[in-house]
Design a protein around this ligand. Structure first.
Ligand SMILES: Nc1ncnc2c1ncn2[C@@H]1O[C@H](COP(=O)(O)OP(=O)(O)OP(=O)(O)O)[C@@H](O)[C@H]1O
Ligand SMILES: [Mn+2]
Length: 433
């Protein structure tokens, strides 16, 4: 009888402790986040990640981690080995990599070999681009792999003025976006790499008539204007230097993964003077969360990840998004990043609306951003890009664009911090979606 009373007493005490902890938890965790210093927390989370099976981390968690070590560790992780030899078809490896939640796996040493194949394999057919407003070609490489070719339209230093979705595609942006998505550990962007193509030798020989018809010559340079919504003739065409044109190849996703198109809940109206609902409604995010697609599951968190990604690259043009049709838990495929890195002087804050209106972010994404702050992101991305074949002719991102990335990353973290102040970090950081 006495034992039973002690037992009941202990249960009551534990319950009281548990309830008080739950009530105080937002304050406790909010406090510690600020106190620890964000950079250190980020670096620690990286160390934790890198040594997740290693108890050393737990014992040494108070020791300072050097920024330079983190940079080196990350550069090592994302380095590409173009001479990596593959023991099966590069196209099969890449196709087998795709799952409903990622396009390439976390550890992908074969990526270098796949990029090498993209750069060197013979082009066996060339056609006008698939759908869309922008000039591009669809190519098939030896071994039957379909790829998109997005041509170079601007010098790297060209600044796109006007509204945040202006201008033709930036092919270099596709490459930078692909590697950024790796470094952010999102891996939702199709594989992309730069390639110099001789239009006369490699394209005209194998082009379908409807593409060939759009070729012309200007100042002794070979040019073409293709077919697309904004392709109107030679005035909208693109010219090679002589016959060699720089561009980006984007690997086509496996055909059995059919894509489904969705309207983006934070789409712009694209009409001067006409605001979208999300621009005027304070409760917009709440309304989105009441919709079946966003109430539970990964979709809303994927929208927020994508908003962070798009803000970093300066892409304000994600009016629609695509998912893998057969999978309810599909990622939002970060497809079509051509409208990026247009203006390094401008930070288009409205791209972050899903983040600051919902005041939520995946904890995993946030930890990753912490690791990359304080100049680490630009340094790791710059180093990773040096392995792309078109980088040595002209760096894929200018210093101004690299600086813009670090500046924007800080802005994202500031918004998250403001949300912590309002709601407490445990409400803002989402772990299981
Ligand atoms: N790598 C790929 N794998 C599979 N499908 C793709 C790939 N790239 C593009 N597509 C398909 O082709 C469509 C058009 O491509 P993309 O969006 O790059 O062209 P765009 O001219 O920039 O289009 P928009 O003008 O709508 O922005 C995409 O919506 C997608 O359905
Ligand atoms: Mn586009």
């Amino acid at each position: 009888m006495k034992l039973r009373r002690i037992f009941v007493f202990l249960v009551c005490i534990s319950f009281i402790f548990y309830v008080s902890y739950k009530i105080l938890e937002p304050e406790i965790s909010g406090q510690s986040l600020q106190d620890q210093g964000q950079l250190e927390l980020g670096l620690l989370s990286l160390k934790h990640h890198l040594q997740s099976k290693d108890l050393v981390y737990v014992q040494n968690s108070s020791q300072r981690i050097k920024k330079e070590d983190v940079i080196q560790e990350l550069i090592q992780k994302y380095r590409l080995d173009l001479s990596y030899s593959l023991n099966q078809s590069p196209w099969r490896i890449a196709s087998n990599w795709v799952t409903p939640r990622e396009i390439i796996p976390e550890s992908a040493p074969e990526l270098g070999g796949i990029l090498k194949a993209l750069i060197t394999r013979k082009i066996i057919s060339a056609d006008i681009g698939h759908k869309g407003t922008q000039l591009k070609m669809t190519l098939v490489l030896e071994g039957g792999q379909k790829v998109v070719f997005k041509p170079r339209r601007f010098d790297r230093t060209h600044v796109i003025e006007g509204n945040p979705y202006s201008g033709e595609d930036r092919h270099n942006g596709e490459i930078a976006a692909f590697h950024l998505s790796r470094i952010l550990e999102l891996r939702r962007t199709p594989i992309a790499v730069g390639r110099m193509i001789d239009l006369t030798e490699e394209i005209k020989q194998v082009a379908r008539i409807r593409l060939l018809e759009t070729f012309f010559t200007r100042d002794e340079n070979t040019c073409f204007y293709g077919k697309c919504l904004y392709c109107h003739g030679p005035e909208t065409g693109v010219c090679a230097k002589g016959s060699v044109l720089e561009g980006t190849l984007v690997l086509w996703l496996p055909e059995h993964y059919t894509l489904k198109l969705h309207k983006h809940p934070w789409a712009r109206t694209y009409k001067e003077g006409k605001a979208a609902k999300w621009e005027t409604d304070e409760d917009y995010c709440y309304k989105v969360t009441q919709m079946d697609l966003f109430r539970e599951g990964s979709r809303l968190m994927d929208i927020i990840d994508t908003a962070v990604f798009d803000f970093l690259i300066g892409n304000a043009d994600r009016h629609h998004y695509e998912t893998f049709e057969k999978y309810n838990d599909s990622i939002i495929i970060m497809l079509d990043n051509g409208k990026s890195f247009g203006n390094p002087h401008m930070d288009e804050i409205s791209i972050l609306a899903p983040l600051y209106q919902c005041c939520s972010i995946r904890q995993k994404t946030w930890l990753r951003l912490l690791v990359l702050q304080d100049g680490i992101l630009s340094e790791v991305l710059e180093q990773t890009l040096t392995l792309d074949p078109i980088n040595n002719m002209d760096p894929i991102l200018t210093t101004l664009h690299l600086q813009a990335l670090d500046r924007r990353l800080k802005i994202v973290l500031d918004y998250v911090q403001q949300c912590f102040h309002k709601y407490g970090s445990n409400k803002v950081l989402i772990q299981n979606r």
